[in-house]
Design a protein around this ligand. Structure first.
Ligand code: 5RP
Length: 226
């Protein structure tokens, strides 16, 4: 199977799993990216089995509406039953680096609200140590240079993702040189302490609950190991 077929397969596994978790009044949280897009396209035919969705990006919201699926503002819902999203890297603790699609802040917010976070990925995203994928950091525009200097003090090599404005009107710094990452939880907290940082793409303090990983041998289900 090529990478696209693996994404389709893992998205189908997530659809099958979601159907065991949702009820008529459920809200599904929907992530961002090509794997999440596969999930959107596949869940569409089950749209009458849940109330609607919240989306982690304008792009995903638009795709959902294109399928006739209702998209709610997060502030308008009291509960998100399950959140489905892809990742850029995942380790055995189900700590993630996300934000390749610049949607990390909204992804983290929906993750915080959701009862369960199901991550879906093809096997290329599985790593022993995080940090080969540059860590995205969303930054308030006027703080860009200051935050970059502070990230250098943490031994990172930040690169401004030129031309990218997030759905929140902010900028992205991609931090290279963090491999192999030691404590992802500590680094997540440390970077979020820098004034001007909105959030960073480490999902370690609150990792995924389940990871469905598409491999050439089939779908492998990972749950977090301490
Ligand atoms: C977007 C993300 C995506 O989940 C991540 O970039 C993976 O994308 P894809 O499924 O296209 O490989 O974090 O901000």
């Amino acid at each position: 199977m090529d990478q696209n077929q693996l994404k389709q397969a893992v998205a189908q596994a997530a659809v099958d799993y979601s159907l065991t978790r949702i009820e008529d009044d459920s809200i599904i949280g929907i992530g961002t990216g090509s794997t999440a897009n596969c999930f959107i396209d596949l869940i569409a035919k089950h749209k009458h089995k849940f109330q609607g969705t919240v989306a982690s990006s304008e792009g995903s919201a638009e795709r959902l509406r294109g399928h006739g699926i209702q998209v709610f503002e997060l502030n308008a819902v009291s509960e998100v039953t399950i959140y489905i999203d892809g990742t850029d890297e995942a380790n055995a603790r189900l700590e993630l680096i996300k934000g390749g699609g610049a949607a990390l802040t909204r992804e983290k917010i929906v993750t915080a609200v959701a009862n369960e976070f199901v991550c879906i990925a093809d096997e290329s995203k599985w790593v022993d140590y995080l940090g080969t994928f540059p860590l995205p950091v969303e930054v308030i525009p006027m703080a860009r240079s200051y935050v970059a200097r502070e990230l250098v003090k943490l031994d990172g090599d930040p690169v401004w993702r030129d031309g990218v404005i997030t759905d929140n009107g902010n900028l992205i710094l991609d931090v290279h040189g963090l491999y192999p990452m030691g404590s992802a939880c500590a680094l997540e907290e440390q970077i979020n302490q820098i004034t001007g940082v909105v959030t960073n793409g480490l999902f370690a303090i609150k990792p995924a609950d389940i990871l469905f990983l598409a491999t050439q041998q089939g779908i492998v289900t990972h749950t977090a190991k301490a």
